[in-house]
Design a protein around this ligand. Structure first.
Ligand SMILES: C[S@@+](CC[C@H](N)C(=O)[O-])C[C@H]1O[C@@H](n2cnc3c(N)ncnc32)[C@H](O)[C@@H]1O
Length: 169
């Protein structure tokens, strides 16, 4: 996902639901200018903060405990990229959340939403259905230029990328 987003040294990136902070660390390794993350779990905040302690100290990463439906007013933005991995399925009213996140993207900014279905018996079909649901939600929230990539794990990971057409759209 991080490579698909094509982060640049000046990129400001937001991750929703960072969990143990693996993607945050990867974004730092990929050279993102600044990475912000929110997760509503205090346990995850502690784990991710430990994993990314050096980058937090260096001012390259800011992690906060917050739910996606109560994004702190102090959150910096706009963002060049926003990502969520296996998290959107837990969000309250995801359609509204995605519309709000779109408004936090810089013009031309990109979003990446990934899902690897974890339900018992999940197959490649389950991943395809998950991708279609994410695509519909993103279109409904006003995103454009959708493309879906699949990572061939078992079951596959579906990653839907989309762009913000800008504030006037
Ligand atoms: C299955 S874990 C995925 C963690 C991480 N993205 C990964 O792939 O390793 C889902 C994460 O989303 C977070 N989460 C769930 N609902 C959330 C919400 N409403 N706002 C922010 N984070 C949320 C959980 O606390 C958890 O860390």
């Amino acid at each position: 996902m991080v490579s698909l987003l094509g982060v640049q040294p000046a990129s400001r990136v937001l991750e929703i639901g960072f969990g143990p902070g693996l993607a945050i660390a990867e974004l730092v390794r990929a050279g993102a200018g600044h990475v912000t993350g929110i997760d509503h779990s205090g346990v995850m905040l502690r784990q991710a903060s430990r994993r990314n302690a050096a980058a937090i100290r260096a001012g390259r990463v800011t992690l906060m405990r917050a739910s996606v439906d109560q994004i702190p007013p102090a959150l910096d933005g706009p963002f060049d990229a926003i990502l969520a991995v296996n998290s959107l399925g837990f969000w309250p009213a995801p359609a509204e959340r995605l519309a709000e996140l779109r408004r936090r993207l810089a013009p031309g900014g990109r979003v990446a939403i990934a899902s690897q279905p974890r339900c018992p018996g999940a197959t490649a079909d389950t991943s395809r259905s998950a991708a279609r649901e994410i695509e519909d939600l993103l279109r409904g929230a006003g995103f454009t230029h959708l493309s879906t990539q699949t990572l061939r794990l078992t079951p596959p990971v579906a990653c839907v990328l989309a762009a913000s057409p800008g504030p006037s759209a």
